[in-house]
Design a binder for this molecule. Structure first.
Ligand SMILES: Cc1ncc(COP(=O)(O)O)c(C=O)c1O
Length: 420
């Protein structure tokens, strides 16, 4: 049986090719409240700084859930705002209205996270309560694209919504991010315009690297090497393949010069070094705006989204069937029928650490890739490490439970689960 890679993204090769060849200055018609940044955290930092500079309050307090990606905390810390944490609801890994109401009077800015592709089912109530009190609402849509509640897109109720386009996200690219602004109290356009832009060649190289990385993963997926997992990518092999790679230099007809090869070598090496370093040390967040080339690719992805979203929905149904048929001792999110989910990863929760280990072994023996990706530590753990927080370790029991007992199954944008 084939071994799975962690996430198989949807890549529109034809589009990348055409953008690399001719589209570099074309202007795409995005709504004028869409702003493009170099990273999710950069978009958040930009917004927080704008809000801070336009507020008469001495210090704004930003609330976010304890169970989420730690870079969210980085952006808040680097904006020099107060950071406060709230527990999650274990049914859908976000907050519910009762949890919010307990702390609502202390909130200036509230970040609502929609993890794994699941929109928060309490979203409408939560936004209503926040709105009544003039609290700024930011949607974390890093893992959730165009999810709907009652057939209405979730981001429409917030002040700012930030999407992510990292490789393992619902819309996969490499390095660019979208912020949707519904907030009219402050004018962010002037400061946005003043941001530096990436050069055309850097953008082209990013697109080419995206293809290269995709081709590499696909080639690994097709080799039925049972020991292979993406996390074990051999760095040297990857760089060698990149240098000798036919994809960039032949198929895509980018000039095959030694200078370009050297730049590419340094770039790829740097990219991976950075990734490795990230766990020990994070450079401070730099903010750039994005320009035509990458925007063109995002434009095509958004148009294609419904095509590959369906595969993700089908794949998640297959996982649910496996859990039920094999009577696995685990729970998975029960989503109300008025909610439109397209899982990015499928989260299942075991009852204890022992059960969790058993379940992981069982899935492994069936050659189903699964693991506790990304969520071994919470924001509390992260802030504690830097001595930045005064909460007690048991202030967030659900979040603590989730970090120990969650298992994620990758969800793909094409049909490969039919192996079962
Ligand atoms: C929930 C969540 N929010 C935000 C981010 C954005 O992080 P980045 O700045 O790396 O795009 C991520 C990345 O994995 C995430 O999972």
């Amino acid at each position: 049986m084939k071994k799975y890679i962690r996430v198989l993204p949807y890549i529109n090769k034809k589009k990348i090719l055409s953008i690399l060849k001719n589209d570099s200055t074309k202007n795409y018609n995005f709504p004028n409240n869409y702003y493009f940044f170099n990273s999710w955290r950069a978009a958040l930092k930009f917004i927080l700084l704008e809000l801070k500079n336009n507020s008469n309050k001495k210090k704004l307090t930003v609330w976010l859930q304890d169970f989420t990606c730690s870079v969210v905390a980085d952006a808040i810390i680097e904006s020099w705002l107060d950071i406060k944490l709230i527990d999650i609801n274990l049914n859908y890994y976000s907050n519910d209205i009762n949890q919010l109401l307990k702390i609502i009077n202390k909130v200036d800015i509230f970040i609502i996270s929609h993890l794994f592709g699941i929109p928060n089912p309490d979203y409408v109530n939560i936004c209503n309560e926040l709105r009544k009190r003039n609290i700024i609402i930011i949607d974390d849509l890093a893992q959730t694209v165009w999810a709907k509640i009652n057939w209405k897109e979730i981001w429409k109720l917030s002040d700012f919504a930030i999407h992510s386009y990292w490789f393992d996200k619902p819309l996969s690219t490499l390095h660019w991010w979208l912020l949707i602004n519904n907030y009219s109290e402050i004018n962010i356009i002037n400061n946005y315009k003043k941001l530096n832009t990436e050069s055309n060649s850097k953008q082209q190289l990013d697109l080419a690297t995206l293809l290269l990385r995709y081709e590499y993963w696909i080639s690994q997926y097709n080799k039925s090497d049972s020991n292979y997992t993406v996390s074990k990518i051999n760095l040297t092999k990857f760089i060698n393949e990149a240098i000798n790679n036919k994809i960039i230099f032949k198929n895509y007809k980018i000039k095959n010069s030694y200078i370009l090869k050297i730049i590419k070598y340094i770039y790829i090496k740097f990219l991976y070094k950075l990734k490795i370093k990230k766990t020990q040390y994070r450079p401070s967040i730099e903010i750039y705006k994005m320009w035509c080339i990458k925007k063109g690719y995002i434009y095509s992805l958004l148009n294609d989204y419904n095509k590959y979203k369906n595969f993700r929905v089908e794949n998640s149904k297959l996982i649910i069937d496996i859990i039920n048929n094999k009577k696995l001792n685990a729970t998975y999110p029960k989503i109300p029928s008025n909610i439109d989910v397209a899982y990015n990863r499928f989260p299942i929760l075991s009852k204890s650490i022992t059960e969790n280990k058993k379940l992981l072994m069982l899935l492994k023996n069936k050659n189903i890739e699964a693991g506790n990706y990304n969520w071994q530590s919470t924001i509390w753990d992260y802030l504690k490490f830097y001595n930045l927080i005064d909460y007690k370790s048991d202030d967030f029991p659900n979040s603590n439970f989730a970090k120990k007992n969650i298992i994620n199954l990758p969800i793909w944008s094409n049909k490969i689960w039919n192996n079962f």
